[in-house]
Ligand binder design. Structure first.
Ligand code: URP
Ligand code: ZN
Ligand code: ZN
Length: 471
């Protein structure tokens, strides 16, 4: 009998399809065997634990450069620590483009930051200025190099694209076999609402939600899908905040339009009321689309159960609350339109999805694995290397204690940001060990994150892309 480098023994292995008792034998960086009675140079006792594929967080903002030249506080190194702490082993952050500039203007810079990553990563390419040179020369080269997902924003200065520009991105993506991911909110409607609030002196963080109600997201989602339908190009809708938007997506899916979608933990446990906390505290919860109301999470779970939403990503986008760089970069009295949007969530993603989903009986554990690892790996071209447990997959695993109750604190998040919006939230279910390509990178909260140990993952065509034969 062969002796493996590492054996995870006696756990309950869970994939998107199956749940069974087995040992996992790891040779070098890959899973070599799944079976019984495996022997290893090192053996980890996983009895009483679920053994899950390492999480794949397909939407997070790491060390991203902003238009003003500032760089996100969360570095690849700190992000990896946080991801490993929470049971995630693969990240897909965003390489930027700014209007009036070639993609190449920042590509080398971003690649150099990412090269220090301790965690495996693929990349999405943000497209803000789809000129002929971008669609005709830069995007083909980017796709050839393994970046096969393009993000467009239908809102945000200075990122947003017009409908015409969006159509150009869709057309290029279709030609290149890439997927287009869309931030769906209506730029002009938000500006109109925000201007009115500011005229009334409503400058506080709570106005963020009032300036961008559900209909603003629903309209842009409808438009994003309709234009994708026109071009016949698959689109993935990012960070869906409520059932009203999920219903719009479901209608298109039922017509056979090639649209998929995700939601994020913030829409499952936070609400707009959090932004009305006293003083400036509300800024800690400001992200876009806005968290909605108490009843909205149940509608999202329905959409998760019926398959309309098939990924839970973090949309981790951290800005510290204190100091001069983060939420208050424009000063302590900045109005709500000048507070950076985004909240941290790398380490909390799996625990919240498990606790709210599996522990509360809303979904089964196989669906949890599909939502947080397998489907993101398939959608973004990382499967069959990432996202499941079988011989030949990278040995990315998380040992999960389904009974452990943990009250979330910022210390547990192990990120570079000085707060978590989930402070005080009690979750049931917690990762006890994370293994990344055969190395133990988290053991009972103690993280090892070695700069440069992560690899860039060149994406292939999505495993669930239309027209691709089933595996
Ligand atoms: O508020 C958010 N979501 N910030 C991150 C950027 C984005 O829109 O995904
Ligand atoms: Zn977005
Ligand atoms: Zn985002």
């Amino acid at each position: 009998m062969s002796t493996f480098d590492l054996v995870i023994r006696g756990g309950t292995v869970v994939t998107a399809a199956d749940t069974f008792e087995a040992d996992i034998g790891i040779a070098g960086e890959q899973i070599a065997a799944v079976g019984r009675g495996l022997e290893g140079k090192r053996v980890v006792d996983a009895s009483g634990r679920f053994v899950l594929p390492g999480g794949v967080d397909s939407h997070c903002h790491i060390e991203q450069i902003e238009a003003d030249g500032s760089v996100h506080e969360e570095t690849f190194e700190s992000a990896a620590r946080s991801a490993f702490a929470g049971g995630t082993t693969t990240l897909i952050p965003f390489a930027p483009q700014f209007k009036g500039q070639a993609i190449a203007a920042h590509a080398g810079d971003y690649a150099a930051r990412a090269a220090r990553s301790p965690i495996d990563y693929a990349l999405h390419q943000i497209v803000t200025d789809p000129t002929d040179a971008v669609t005709g020369e830069e995007l083909p080269a980017i796709v050839r190099n393994g970046v096969r997902s393009l993000k467009v924003f239908l809102t945000y200065d200075p990122f947003y694209v017009t409908d015409g520009e969006y159509l150009r991105v869709l057309e290029a993506a279709k030609r290149l076999g890439a997927i287009v991911c869309v931030h769906c909110e209506n730029y002009d409607a938000i500006k109109w609402g925000a201007d009115a609030l500011l005229r009334d002196g409503r400058t506080e963080p709570a106005s963020h939600a009032l300036s961008r109600p559900r209909v603003v997201e629903r309209e842009a989602t409808y438009r994003a899908i309709a234009l994708a339908e026109l071009v016949d190009q698959p689109v993935h809708i990012f960070h869906v905040s409520c059932a009203e938007v999920a219903d719009e997506i479901a209608r298109a899916q039922s017509r056979g339009v090639k649209v998929t979608a995700e939601t994020c933990p913030q829409y499952l446990v936070l609400t707009a009321a959090d932004m009305a906390r006293p003083g400036r505290e509300g800024a800690k919860f400001m992200c876009s689309p806005s968290p909605r109301d108490a009843g909205d999470a149940e509608g999202l779970w329905r959409a998760i159960r019926n398959g309309t939403l098939d990924i839970i990503s973090s949309d981790h986008c951290g800005y510290s609350f204190g100091g001069s760089r983060g939420k208050w970069i424009h000063g302590p009295d900045a109005d709500f339109t000048r507070i950076p949007n985004g909240i941290p969530g790398l380490a909390a993603r799996l625990a919240i999805a498990f606790s709210e989903g599996v522990s509360k009986g809303r979904i089964g554990i196989n669906r949890f694995v599909a939502l947080t690892a397998t489907t993101p790996a398939r959608r973004f071209g990382l499967y069959p290397r990432k996202g499941s447990i079988a011989p030949g997959f990278d040995a990315d695993l998380v040992l999960w204690d389904p009974e452990r109750e943990v009250t979330l604190t910022n210390d547990l998040m192990q990120h570079a940001i000085d707060y978590t919006p989930y402070e005080g939230l009690t979750v049931k279910g917690w990762p006890t060990m994370t293994v990344a390509r055969g190395s133990v990178v988290m053991d009972n909260g103690v993280v090892t994150a070695s700069p440069g140990a992560g690899r860039f993952l060149a994406a292939s065509a999505a495993a669930d892309a239309p027209g691709r034969p089933p595996r």
